[in-house]
Design a protein around this ligand. Structure first.
Ligand code: FAD
Length: 378
């Protein structure tokens, strides 16, 4: 029988960074993953580690700061697995995405850097002229007033990044079991004493452990949850299209110029990586994308970038995931990061809204859940 100080369920960004945080708190974690490392939302994500520029529109200073801290964490700890990605967004007169709005965002960001003492790690926001952006991409020209250019980080090979994080956790005592599905908790006197797991060959095993941390993303509701826990009800997916994309940058476009949800397009292995399309999926257990979903996304992209041939492009790959929403209807994505202890004692759930901020959430969770161990290890 395996024994472990803490079993972490799920090897996405949350589980991998939780393993690192637990190992650094002096625990010897065992990560149990039902598929392969990164096979959930993390491996199917768009791979961007956001800098939080979008949060400046609503003056959500705390979220901006957390995103910048998360970018710094990846740059400091995994510089060889992330790279700056230039992102361009066309700006249109008389809309919220106008040159004036972006100049204001740039000024606010400069003040925030000074106010928070965070150091700028990526180039500052720039404005491009309308001719320059129109030469690069076949954009709708009416009221086009230029483009904003900023840099985020991107992880091109998410699985390798996750395996490196897990290897670092392994150097401090963590272990990984892939192709192993976590099942029922084993509980005595309202305390966790173990976890049942099933291996890919059908064999079952009990792992003796006093702590289980659920980092199973949209599959977390299988275990006891706090009544107010986020519900996963939104389907999200990216497409890899069989059509080359110009340049190296990502381009953010929207169905109506200057308004509404932004979709990103960037080059990927000679094709175009397009993301992210969302639709409500209340009660869904698996991220099932239908041909109608794909057609709807292609239509949106075709309207956003007419004349680029997207409607006729072949689809090389569909990359789906389920995400938490705010009220179970699937209409509004949750932006909350939650650490909950629904009971029995020793059970915790760590559910984040973005892979970007998963490492910070894991460090907070380790401090909150295992303060004595963390203090002893410090
Ligand atoms: C299409 C899409 C695009 C996105 N793009 C971005 C982006 O660009 N930037 C960003 O910051 N965020 C993005 N996100 C959000 C981000 O991917 C998620 O918030 C984050 O990856 C969630 O990580 P996680 O580890 O909690 O979940 P997951 O990555 O889903 O990991 C959960 C793991 O648990 C495993 N598991 C489930 N049940 C069991 C079980 N019973 N036993 C063992 N293992 C189990 C699963 O196999 C899975 O590997 C995107 C999401 C999607 C779906």
């Amino acid at each position: 029988m395996h024994q472990s100080d803490v079993v972490i369920v799920g090897a996405g960004m949350q589980g991998a960074t939780m393993a690192l945080a637990a190992a650094r708190a002096g625990l010897r974690p065992l990560v149990v993953e039902r598929g392969k490392v990164g096979s959930g939302a993390t491996g199917n994500s768009y791979g961007i580690i956001h800098g939080g520029l979008r949060y400046l529109q609503s003056l959500s200073v705390g979220r901006w700061q957390r995103s910048r801290q998360a970018q710094a964490w990846f740059l400091d700890n995994y510089p060889e697995h992330v790279r700056p990605l230039a992102c361009a967004m066309p700006l249109y007169r008389h809309t919220l995405r106008s040159p004036m709005a972006f100049r204001a965002a740039s000024a606010i960001e400069s003040c925030l850097y000074r106010g928070t003492g965070l150091s700028r790690r990526l180039p500052r926001l720039q404005l491009l002229g309308s001719e320059e952006i129109a030469r690069a991409y076949p954009l709708p020209r009416r009221d086009l007033a230029g483009a904003a250019l900023w840099h985020d980080l991107v992880a091109d090979d998410m699985e390798t990044l996750l395996r490196k994080i897990l290897a670092d956790a392994g150097a401090s005592g963590a272990a990984l079991m892939e192709d192993t599905e976590a099942g029922e908790l084993i509980v005595a006197d309202n305390r966790v004493v173990g976890l049942n797991v099933t291996h890919a060959d059908g064999s079952a095993e009990e792992i003796a452990t006093p702590r289980v941390a659920i980092c199973a993303g949209s599959w977390s509701s299988r275990w006891p949850q706090e009544p107010k826990a986020a519900t996963t009800a939104t389907l999200a997916f990216n497409l890899v299209l069989d059509i080359p994309f110009p340049g190296d940058a990502a381009l953010a476009v929207s169905e109506t110029p200057g308004k509404g949800r932004s979709y990103f397009l960037r080059p990927l292995e000679g094709g175009t990586f397009a993301g992210t399309f969302y639709r409500p999926a209340p009660g869904a257990r698996e991220p099932d994308v239908t041909p109608a979903d794909i057609a709807a996304f292609l239509e949106v992209l075709d309207r956003a970038l007419p004349g680029y041939g997207i409607a006729e492009a072949g689809v090389r790959a569909v990359m789906p995931g389920l995400l938490p929403d705010t009220d179970g209807t699937g209409r509004t994505l949750s932006a909350a990061d939650t650490i909950s202890t629904p009971g029995p004692a020793g059970l915790s759930q760590v559910l984040g809204s973005k892979l970007t901020t998963a490492p910070l959430l894991s460090m907070d969770a380790a401090r909150r859940l295992w303060p004595q161990e963390a203090r002893r290890a410090a």
